[in-house]
Design a binder for this molecule. Structure first.
Ligand code: GLN
Length: 486
């Protein structure tokens, strides 16, 4: 890899600001690397080469004129193809949005541009974010850079693969029930889901609005802190955003040890159904946290056992309603078929199997006569999960668990086993239901080299504590430095 690309976003921005390398050089090197290696991986569904080079040139010109550059000066960043960038295609991994061009830019991406990042291109995802393997994309699957027969996780699998392959130091994702954390863990990179409302959802194509969060994937917690400060905060275009909070970066990188930090490992999450190697590696990571000064204890989160069921009822209910707008009139192509109305014909053609399945499930869960039994029960379970976390956080600062109960699996393996596919989310959906900030960071591999992720979950508003603990862990370990493609 070219020397100018080997660093983190933080290094690159510093070097570009200093003039050690130009933004154009860095962007061009990313584009070259993508051209050389992405044919076999398909992390990207579209590269915005001209747009990126133009943005890089503008940054170089401004620097030449002596203007101060932003925190992400010249850093190339990929975005998941369910976020809008004005004038660019946005497919959400679905045929139903074929040819659709975004009329405006998502707040989370506009703020990156304001911090002088370079938007590089669109990454692959499970259709509308529905999946855990990036296999349900209309563009076809993405492969894991660690080993191409494996899935990269999902639904932000393209973003995780792009960072793992060294195509860009940061890639944006969205996390509704684990879609940033789980692919980060599968690809051996670091992924942050901020708390609900910390980052604006304006311009994010909705899946389940009460759970959707814009997140990011990078190699290091330090880069994620840089990203968070650039994008977080109140946005009038998204009334669910939280008030502005103080920046986190300085507090995160000041971390040297974990003294005084109380970490709780829920007993329920280290039991049945968790792969032995995942268990061993995450337990080692717990010991490392303790060696760094944290007080690690065990506790209970009993309601978490209802989380997957509750999540799939709530998420599909909201999805059924959010996806009603794709009627072949407002967005994308329109289909006709003899004997059926054009809306049905368009939706039958345009939505993939998994999406259709979820629209049916969600519609059923919300229908008259059944909503009390299903939707209302799921809301009660969500409240119980929240209450569990609230109780746990009276005694601790962070909850620790594996990110995924299993390591990355081969492409095609869960095709015939949807239940298994949903159970992969068992450890990520609790933080989603509770709206809490959560992060996954690499903590080792299986004997055959498949990455394993450690998940940390913080109380609302404590992204700084979360990132600081991850930063300290990364100062003391090397798991996050592995590069599957030289
Ligand atoms: N795998 C989960 C689902 O399919 C989570 C996806 C997500 O976070 N977007 O719903």
């Amino acid at each position: 890899m070219s020397a100018s690309l080997a660093g983190t976003a933080a290094d690159l921005a510093t070097r570009i600001r200093r003039g050690d390398c130009s933004a154009r050089e860095v962007t061009a090197a990313c584009l070259e690397r993508i051209a050389a290696h992405d044919g076999g991986l398909r992390a990207f569904v579209g590269v915005a080469a001209e747009r990126a080079l133009r943005a890089a040139d503008r940054i170089d010109d401004r620097r030449a004129r002596g203007e101060a550059l932003g925190a992400l000066a010249g850093v190339p960043i990929a975005w998941k193809d369910n976020l809008l960038v004005e004038g660019e295609l946005a497919t959400a991994g679905s045929r139903i949005l074929e040819g659709f061009r975004a009329p405006y830019t998502a707040t989370a991406l506009a703020r990156l541009e304001r911090a002088d990042a370079v938007l590089l291109g669109r990454t692959n995802l499970d259709e509308f974010g529905m999946g855990s393997s990036t296999e349900s994309s209309a563009h076809g699957p993405t492969r894991n850079p660690v080993a191409p027969h494996l899935v990269p996780g999902g639904s932000s699998g393209g973003s995780a693969a792009a960072v793992a392959a060294g195509f860009c130091p940061i890639a944006i994702g969205s996390d509704t029930g684990g879609s940033v954390r789980q692919p980060a863990s599968f690809c051996g990179v670091t992924g942050l889901k901020p708390g609900y409302g910390r980052v604006s959802r304006f311009g994010l194509i909705a899946y389940a609005s009460s759970l959707d969060c814009v997140g990011a994937i990078a190699r290091t917690a330090e880069d994620l802190a840089l990203w968070l400060d650039a994008v977080a905060g109140r946005d009038d275009a998204d009334p669910t955003t939280l008030p502005d909070a103080p920046p986190v970066f300085d507090r995160v990188v000041a971390g040297r040890d974990l003294r005084g930090l109380r970490v709780l490992a829920p007993r329920e999450w280290h039991a049945d159904g968790i792969d032995g190697e995942v268990l061993r590696r995450t337990e080692q990571a717990r010991s490392q946290l303790a060696a760094l000064g944290a007080a690690v204890g065990e506790g209970r989160l009993p309601a978490a056992r209802h989380a997957v069921k509750a999540y799939y009822l709530l998420a599909t209910g909201e999805a059924a309603s959010n996806l009603a707008r794709y009627d072949g009139v407002h967005f994308g192509p329109r289909r006709a078929a003899a004997g059926i109305d054009p809306t049905t014909a368009t939706r039958t053609w345009g939505f993939g199997r998994e999406v259709q399945l979820r629209i049916l499930l969600g519609t059923f869960a919300l229908s008259y006569g059944y909503s009390e039994q299903f939707h209302d029960a799921a809301e009660r379970a969500r409240a119980a999960v929240r209450a569990d976390f609230a109780r746990a956080f009276e005694r601790c600062d962070l909850v620790v668990a594996p990110t995924s109960p299993i390591p990355p699996f081969p492409i095609g393996e869960t095709e015939t086993d949807p239940l298994r596919r949903y159970l992969v989310d068992a450890l990520t959906v609790p933080a989603s239901l509770a709206g809490l900030p959560a992060l996954s960071l690499p903590c080792g591999t299986t004997a055959d080299g498949r990455p394993i992720g450690l998940q940390l979950i913080a109380p609302a508003g404590k992204e700084d504590v979360l990132l600081r603990a991850a930063h300290v862990f990364q100062l003391a370990t090397t798991h996050h430095l592995a590069r599957p493609i030289a």
